[in-house]
Design a binder for this molecule. Sequence first.
Ligand SMILES: [Zn+2]
Length: 412
Amino acid sequence: MALRFEVLGRFNRARAANLTLPHFLCQTPLFMPVGTQGTIKGLTTNQLEEIGCQIILGNTYHLALRPTSELIDELGGLHKFMNWPRALLTDSGGFQMVSLLHLADITEKGVTFQSPVDGKPMLLTPEESIQIQNRIGADIIMALDDVVKTTITGPRIEEAMYRTLRWIDRCIAAHKRPNEQNLFGIVQGGLDPVLRDICVRGLVDRNLPGYAIGGLAGGEDKDSFWRVVAQCTAALPEDKPRYVMGVGYPLDIVVCSALGADMYDCVYPTRTARFGTALVTEGVLKLKHNVMADDTRPIDPTCACMVCKNYTRAYIHCLVTKDAMGSQLLSYHNLFYMMKLSRDLHSSIIEGRFPQFVCDFLRKMVVLYAFFSLCHIHHVISVVTGIFVYLRELSCWGQGMSGSMIVFVSIR
Ligand SMILES: [Zn+2]
């Protein structure tokens, strides 16, 4: 095991911790921006340090294609190659194959796919995924799992969960650098509590350095999503980090942290920046909108980032989607927002003011969601249900409790 996880403070299920990795001492809860080819599009590693990023996620599939893991290894590992002194995490590569390539197929051996270079059939096995990640050299590496969408039902969910458990043993056996790299297992099982339970227990038996909750954020409703997170975090060990994969909406991060999760990753903050959207206290600000054309205020007057100190909405409106500078400035601001959110969660838990922080956060967010974003209306309904449940002073845990009830009982 090449990490130390020390819980510094708690509020009900939420916790704030120091996570010491080989390259950096991180503070949780934390958000990890996603880099593709060893870069966060448009930002230098100095800027990422300035923003306060602690861990960056590297995409194994993309790195293995170019420049290749062999070359990265030869050049001294990914930290050196991309000039990033802090922590790195690589995914298994399997998810990209399944989601990007139409011809990917999963068998007991591994993930078979058509090479995007020459069209030949190729196979990514659990052993190979770990070998590639050992060469890349990230602080945290992920097991190859059998991922299925949560919206799928039937025997395929069960098959994928048991295969994920069989593959973890192949990953552990193939891992050649356990003293320098931490292998995390991934809990699968769809929305089925029985399957999730079997998977959590199976992985915990393997005594891994950390655990991820996978297969979520794939189109399931919020209530089901929160219920699965609540179930898994309650069953995972107290003294190991818990990582909810693919989660990047600020509201989800706050809720999952209340439920006892520690780490998150998502392309959302940087992807939405490229489409001209900034994350602000009240939710989002669309810089493409014509009303921004002569607005001389910063993106967020309460934000202390370099972009908000130096540029107006009018200037960014003029650049956005036309010049790379526009998306760079917005990515900078959005990641600064995510890092501040992580720090606020950490300090509010430690200082015993987590409930106030969550209530203030929700009050500002919910107003915006309710008025501007129909697609988020189900969040609002779940949140309001939760508050209602709290007002009725429901404080016991029970079967049949919805995800939002669990969330709000946890927060209070
Ligand atoms: Zn800013």
